[in-house]
Design a protein around this ligand. Structure first.
Ligand code: SAH
Ligand code: SF4
Length: 362
């Protein structure tokens, strides 16, 4: 090797060593303090596969210490795919006229709830596009039924007036899932021509003030998304003190303006999850369906990088096909497979409702 090449080589090695030492220090600091600057988060998001193992291991340790070995199962019922919004990434957007729209009737929903009970699930998540096909009062009846059966209720029905959120809380809804999608206001505006980040933030604040356990979250790999904006996503969720953080890859959906963009990567999603666990040790973190859709081991990898929740889809199959936010969604209806997946990782299925551990804090 020529002297100049040798010099460059040694310099590179030195830089790598410095970088790795830095990373190690950041991870150690984060495991104990839960404080990280935006620059430090960006540094962690930048690490390559060879250096990421300590990050995933630290997240797994913190998950074990704060959330234990239990995996919480939340039965997801997609009650309608009607939507009045135009989110550029989503197959349910109102402009998609190629989609047959549906609304489950009350009996169909109650049947799905009973199936969830038979499967041993302790939480029902009611999700839909954003629309008024379900008047607030109809949701009240469904919440009341589920609460009478002794299950926890999570709603994921989009942005609503505070009065509506209040009504649903008063009749017993426990949690609300409203992902902020991206904390980058410019990107948010570009993706949501008919919405605003300020309104999203206000809804999340209203839900918090009403004492809902609040879930938010973001997509990873959106077009034009930078590492700085991903760092902001994590800091935003830490700032509003979410009880749950749903972090999944963006998957391009046909019949949307982003149909030809690229999919978010498994690796970046796992790094986001792991850092989320270190920043928010008491937050529930789902191993998302989106991650399982882009990688056959996606959910297993997530459960080993900080995640502790799975949301099996219990929507009747003929409707599930129509809830096409993105294509080829996997579903984990098969309880035997799910049990195997969880036990193969040395984990257990929770037998309580899995409320936020923060609710028990003084
Ligand atoms: N209408 C409600 C809930 C249904 S959409 C709402 O918007 O809050 C549920 C989630 O699907 C959204 O929060 C979004 O993060 C996710 N989603 C939609 N399109 C997606 C895509 N193409 N790739 C990955 N996730 C997507
Ligand atoms: Fe509608 Fe939600 Fe899809 Fe936006 S993300 S188009 S609000 S279903």
């Amino acid at each position: 090797m020529k002297a100049s090449a040798l010099k460059t080589f040694c310099f590179t090695l030195e830089r790598i060593e410095f970088f790795l030492k830095n990373i190690k220090e950041i991870i150690e600091k984060l495991s104990t303090t839960q404080i990280l600057s935006k620059e430090e988060i960006i540094l962690l998001l930048n690490i390559d596969e060879d250096s990421a193992t300590p990050l995933f291991e630290a997240a797994n340790q913190v998950r074990l210490k704060y959330m234990g070995n239990d995996v919480h199962l939340r039965g997801l019922i997609e009650i309608s795919n009607h939507c009045i919004k135009s989110c550029n990434y989503c197959g349910l957007r109102k402009e998609n006229i190629n989609l047959t729209r549906y609304k489950m009737n009350k009996n169909e929903i109650l049947n799905s709830v009973n199936i969830a009970i038979d499967l041993g699930y302790k939480t029902i998540v009611l999700q839909s596009g954003e629309s008024n096909v379900f008047p607030a009062e109809e949701i009240v009846e469904i919440i009341t039924f589920i609460k009478e059966k002794g299950l926890a209720v999570t709603l994921s029905l989009g942005e609503k007036d505070n009065d509506v959120y209040k009504l649903w809380k008063e009749v017993g809804a426990d949690r609300y899932l409203l992902k902020h999608e991206t904390a980058d206001p410019t990107l948010y505006q570009a993706l949501h021509p008919d919405m605003s980040f300020a309104m999203r933030r206000l809804c999340l604040k209203n839900l918090k003030d009403l004492n809902f356990q609040v879930g938010s979250g973001c997509m990873v790999g959106l077009p034009e998304q930078t590492l700085a904006s991903l760092a902001d996503d994590l800091l935003f969720m830490q700032e509003i003190d979410v009880e749950m953080a749903g972090i999944g890859p963006f998957i391009p959906s046909p019949n949307t303006p982003l149909a030809h963009n690229s999919t978010g990567t498994v690796f970046m999603t796992l790094k986001m999850l792991a850092i989320a666990r270190l920043l928010m040790p008491l937050a529930h973190l789902p191993a998302t369906t989106a991650l399982g859709t882009i990688h056959p081991q996606g959910r297993q990898l997530a459960l080993q990088a900080g995640a502790n929740v799975i949301m099996p889809n219990i929507t009747p199959v003929h409707y599930r096909k129509l809830y096409e936010i993105y294509p080829d969604r996997i579903s984990l209806g098969d309880k035997v497979k799910l049990d195997k997946l969880i036990s193969s990782l040395g984990r257990t299925i929770a037998n309580d409702a899995g409320h936020s551990p923060k609710m028990k804090l003084p």
